[in-house]
Design a protein around this ligand. Structure first.
Ligand code: EPU
Length: 422
């Protein structure tokens, strides 16, 4: 296990470059299995979730060559074996292999996916998409056997605009016969990135990024390549670091449109920001104003930045409120933030945050990826040293985070420890 040791209170200044988006890369790699030809994915982040995906690829006998600039996926010798549960449950994105294998082989056996413990996270909408395409599903003890004689395009209406269900239905429909129309889909930029790769491979997809996607099925896909979009959640996390302890902290390689909801909130709080075409410069403002935030699907305020921004609101004088509408249980950071000195109360899906002047370093624990990011942000601000146990969670989603923060002046170390309880 790993832990971060962070000495807080140091100003961050300089430049942090944003890596490729975790949640795009984790869908692009499985999508590449739809062809026998080689697929190149540029700008994939080097994070532990990609290591988990590699285990699934090894199990399916799919080759992944790692060059400096790109990953090359070669699924020409794919073996459609059931992926053992202990491998697939390591991450949520394992369910994109359900779609890819169903689309290509018309059969897949896969367990319920894993992922951070932030709510129930059912997969009913993904299954609805598969059934809409003509698949049959048999579930025993969380193990799904999904089969189809053939997949046939149809109209599928998602009950909620789920990111996972949108990407899964999209991937599964590309090789279906006829036209598929998916209504009420999610509009997240990661979905557009996946559609871009599939179209580069010969798919015929229109409307990704809107609430209606139309897919005209094709017989086969060919080689293709794509560049992973910059990670908007990584960018948002460092922008919040800038709002906490930044002095002209520059975050570069961003797509401002993708983080508009965050930037607008920071402006409302009177945080100093200078926005350029693909970068932003952020400085802390000790007189920043409190605000209220409600998480929404894209282009609303992203749930994945809800926990990180609570670190900022916890030291902002006055009362702020945060409402989490996407997940039932995404407040596991609060207990530890309060241990650092914050004053936050949980009321169902809302947080009431009374800003405090100071946070004080102590020992805390990351319970999931973004909870860990929140605690890391808080400890950059806190007086004294904070130890964050279970730092492995944070490494799932942030490439080279220790070095990126050190380069701009943070005092942070990543160390090994043996888990003996906290
Ligand atoms: N939902 C259902 N039924 C479904 C699918 C989803 O009820 O069939 C519910 C979920 O329980 C949840 C909500 O809908 O309450 C949103 O789920 P969604 O399917 O949109 O999310 P996801 O595909 O499971 C991805 C990201 C998450 C991110 C969400 C929302 C990946 C691997 N994960 O999850 O990322 O929070 O979209 O933007 O892409 C993270 O990076 O920290 C993370 C959790």
């Amino acid at each position: 296990m790993k832990e971060f040791k962070i000495e807080g209170g140091h100003k961050l200044t300089g430049t942090i470059k944003i890596s490729g988006a975790k949640n795009a890369a984790l869908a692009l790699i499985p999508a590449a299995l739809l062809t026998n030809k080689k697929v190149k994915i540029y700008n994939a982040p080097n994070i532990s979730d990609i290591e988990n995906i590699k285990e699934i690829l090894r199990h399916l006998n799919v080759k992944m060559k790692e060059e400096k600039e790109y990953l090359e996926i070669d699924a020409s010798n794919l073996i459609n074996d059931a992926v053992p549960e202990e491998i697939s449950k390591k991450l949520r994105a394992s369910y994109y292999f359900m779609a890819a294998l169903l689309g290509r082989e018309k059969k897949v056996v896969m367990h319920f996916p894993g992922g951070c413990n932030i709510g129930k996270r059912p997969i009913d909408q993904t299954l609805k998409g598969f059934v809409g395409l003509g698949a049959k599903i048999n579930e025993i003890n969380d193990c799904y056997t999904i089969t189809a004689d053939k997949l046939i395009g149809s109209k599928i209406y998602l009950d909620i605009p789920s990111v996972g269900a949108t990407i899964n239905t999209l991937i599964a429909s590309v090789l279906a016969e006829g036209t598929t129309i998916i209504e009420n889909v999610a509009k997240e930029p990661e979905i557009v990135n996946v559609a871009q790769l599939l179209n580069n491979m010969g798919a015929k997809i229109k409307g990704a990024g809107t609430s209606r996607i139309e897919i005209e099925g094709v017989k086969e896909l060919h080689e293709g390549e794509v560049t992973v979009i910059p990670d908007r959640i990584e960018a948002g996390t460092y922008i919040i670091a800038g709002a906490l302890v930044g002095e002209n902290l520059k975050i570069e390689n961003i797509i401002p449109k993708h983080i508009e909801a965050l930037i607008e909130k920071l402006k409302e709080m009177e945080i100093k920001t200078v926005l350029n075409e693909n970068s932003i410069i952020v400085s802390a403002n000790p007189n920043m104003k409190p605000t209220n935030i409600t998480t929404k699907v894209y282009p609303g305020f992203p749930t994945d930045l809800q926990q990180p921004i609570v670190a900022l609101l916890s030291v902002c004088k006055g009362c702020s409120m945060v409402e989490e509408t996407i997940y039932e249980n995404r407040f596991n950071n609060v207990e530890y933030l309060n241990k650092l000195g914050a004053n936050i109360k949980i009321n169902n899906r809302k947080l009431i945050i009374e800003g405090t002047d100071g946070l004080y370093g102590t020992e805390v624990e990351a319970t999931d990826l973004r909870a860990g990011a929140c605690l890391l942000l808080a400890s950059l601000y806190a007086e004294g040293t904070t130890t964050i146990k279970n730092a492995d969670y944070i490494l799932r989603g942030y490439e080279n985070i220790t070095q990126k923060l050190k380069n701009v002046g943070a005092k942070i170390e990543l160390e090994e420890y043996n888990k003996v309880g906290i």
